[in-house]
Design a protein around this ligand. Structure first.
Ligand SMILES: [Zn+2]
Length: 187
């Protein structure tokens, strides 16, 4: 018996569509559960730091002016089996939040030891499935659907203002809107 064919993907290790959809639902569920436990829905921006610590992850500041040769944007490590996420202080604050949420995604999605975060792993075009999943998790975690639509219902229709409210890069806000698969027409 041969495996059912599925459409070719640009991702070398892509899952069949049904499995990919199940992973997507799981990502949303994990982000939801974490926020329910450690985030008050009226509070924006969502604190990536609080959520990481709530998930039992230690967050360490690296890089920046004190350590200019730190080579990564961040990374997930396991030290004595305890999860630690390093973030590079040299990054812009909004980018740093995305990196932290992305690395947290790797941990909570059970990706195991993963490569340090660089321009390549954080790119939306990174061909590895685990990077795509962590990216999707980060966008979901920091931009809850309910909060986006609540703000839009109250008249905040500017991508720049929304990105500012969530303290994420404007490009990330656009990606999140696309992922929500609702064509609002005015962003
Ligand atoms: Zn990654």
């Amino acid at each position: 018996m041969s495996a059912a064919p599925f459409p070719k993907s640009r991702f070398s290790d892509a899952l069949p569509p049904e499995a990919a959809a199940a992973r997507h639902r799981l990502i949303g569920t994990i982000a939801d559960e974490l926020r329910q436990a450690h985030w008050h829905p009226a509070t924006l921006p969502v604190s990536a730091q609080d959520l990481a610590e709530g998930a039992g992850v230690e967050v360490r500041a690296r890089g920046g002016a004190q350590e200019p040769l730190y080579p990564y944007r961040g990374r997930l490590l396991y030290l004595d089996e305890r999860p630690v996420i390093e973030v590079n202080l040299g990054e812009d604050a909004a980018r740093r939040r995305i990196v932290l949420a992305h690395a947290l995604g790797h941990h909570l999605l059970g990706h195991g030891p993963v490569p340090p975060e660089t321009l390549v792993t954080l790119s939306t075009c990174c061909p590895r499935r685990i990077e795509q999943e962590a990216h999707h998790f980060a966008l979901d975690l920091l931009m809850p659907e309910v909060a986006i639509y609540r703000l839009m219902d109250h008249g905040m229709l500017s991508a720049r203002k929304l990105a500012n409210k969530f303290q994420v890069p404007e490009a990330s806000l656009h990606e999140r809107m696309q992922a929500l698969d609702r064509r609002s027409g005015y962003l």
